[in-house]
Ligand binder design. Sequence first.
Ligand code: ADP
Ligand code: MG
Length: 709
Amino acid sequence: MDHLRDVERLFGDDYGILTFTGENIRRRLSPAALKRLDQTVQFNEPLDEAIADEVASAMKDWAIENGCTHYCHWFQPLTGATAEKHDSFLNMDGEGGVIAEFSGDMLIRSEPDASSFPTGSIRDTWEARGYTAWDPTSPAFISINGGERTLCIPTAFVSWTGESLDQKTPLLRSIDALSIQAMRILRVFGTDKGVHRVQTTLGCEQEYFLLEEDAYQARPDLRMCGRTLIGCDAPKGHQLDDHYFGSVPAKVQSFMADVEARLYALGIPAKTRHNEVAPHQFELAPLFEGTNLACDHQMQTMSVLRKTARDHGMVCLLHEKPFAGVNGSGKHNNWSLVTDTGHNLLNPNDKGPGHLQFLTFVCAVVRGLDLHADLLRATVASAGNDHRLGANEAPPAILSIYTGAELERVLDRLEAGEMSDFKHSTKLDLGTSAMPKLERHPGDRNRTSPFAFIGNRFEFRAVGSTAVPAWPNAVLNTIVAQSLDDIANMMESKVTTDMDEETRCHAIIEVLREIYSEHKRVVFNGDNYSEAWHNEAEKRGLPNLKGCADALPAMASQKARELFSTYGVLSEAELEARLTVLYENYSQVMQIEARTLLRMINTMVIPAAIRHQAEVAEAIAATDAAGVDPASVRGRLTDLTARLTDLEVACLEVESILESLPEDEEANIRRIQDEMIPAMNRVRSNSDAIEGMLPDDLWPLPTYLDLLF
Ligand code: ADP
Ligand code: MG
């Protein structure tokens, strides 16, 4: 308890505790209701609706005591953001007056207008009805915005026809599917005693940039698109490696502390903060949690980062690639499996059959990734992440697994039919007497792999910084659930309880060696950035889906449809709708970028260039009149004019593509990726060249130098 008080003193003073958890609930609910709610929260048992009124009333009292006048169902529609519609607690009392009221019905269900959210044509504009449904496993919280406090209730969002229109529903379904299959594996190993459920854990490392508010406001591209569309390189980037883990600027440190206090109040334990590779780039990592909660918390974290930055006179950019030529931002997705008794199933510490159980889960991940590399790739495909994946500072678009040398050795032994325990850490002597000897891990780390085993979890690094983590995690859980299902089928038929331990181990090893040798082509422990790997991956038949137009169609395959419907994660209609939303989103984002680019070129870059053209032309005439040869000045005019001409041509190309984009969604994004983006790049390169020629006082935008240094 004393430790807890320390923590409260450190983090909790500014805002109090803003979640309906712990004491906030315990003080207000009857023991019977508390017990029933606990059954649901701890063991995922169906919610007893009889307690809803009592919980709602307690929640309202707590919210009002904490300054709330309104409540909302908080959900994650397919927009990539969160949504909330506020209602006050006011109601008629039936006697001509008003009372503050919040009933069980209001807690459990609300009715937002479904047709105003992306539905991927599941619903028409006139088919408006949708429901949000309370998720009792994710605590209600109070959000503070402009000093005003609102009670937010995490919910799932479905259409009136019952289809999921959100990110949470498939995630919850995938966790259930995975739990069922993982439990079967535990039964094979006889380790299921006392275990009710297996769930996944998640820790998202969030990278972001911070910019001064004034500089941001002066750039239409940052305001419209969250990234710069033009901009000549600054003379310095991160060649000197002087920003990564460098000392955090004072202003940023106070921003970080404020973010951490706000997150603490929301029950989100921020753990790590540091400077990232690029100038003005930083990272925040929380303590990991169950995936459903971690995903809700991640959405809140992005929102807290944005709001807090504004309060500190800055803007937080979550875009994957705000600046060309400078490191982009990701959201490393640390993922593992844990029993409800707290056993991390990806921890290789056990020996004997326990060790084989660990290898079974590893093999399920290897198999899932090999079978569905294309689908998992599709989950991280977005207009923003297209600039990052494969751009030599982020993992390539080829999905492979890094096991590390030690795990690879153990897996190779397994393939040879032998069981080899994991070597544990060794001591590292620094060669100086006073300093302690260091524990050295059995394996190195690999920064270039999109999916890496790091000791007791996998880190999926291809996820983009703006991503809604629920979607990649739902897919990851589902592909692993399928492999666990198939492995359990094989093991259940080969392993029986009457076998002695040695025979059982042998039968299990037979199953695993078959799985591993069939799917190990997806394992790669070298440099994922290298040309050699790209060639090797092609030989191995691994997909290299470079952009959205290549990656997204994987969601429409028969293989994907079967996967999601078999495990009840998404129906065919839901999957199709989701794909339509992703196509539309990519297309809209890119059209907005193209229009913003044209506007900036036409109203800012070209006018500035023409002004300078006139100045230089005047200078030529004046130089000539003074009897001096104006050749060098004339050269400048020639270069500038040539660039202007090329710029105009490229703009016309972008314009004509914009006006003639095909209706068909797949053809539409194909044209954008193959034709419009290259034309936009031509616009950019000419504009950047012009920027390098114009006098500083004529250039109408803050430059990369102004923004980043
Ligand atoms: P890195 O060295 O990879 O940058 P960080 O310390 O920045 O590591 O982040 C690691 C993240 O992984 C943290 O969010 C941490 O809570 C999370 N993590 C650790 N163990 C697990 C686990 N078993 N399951 C899921 N996430 C985990
Ligand atoms: Mg990190």
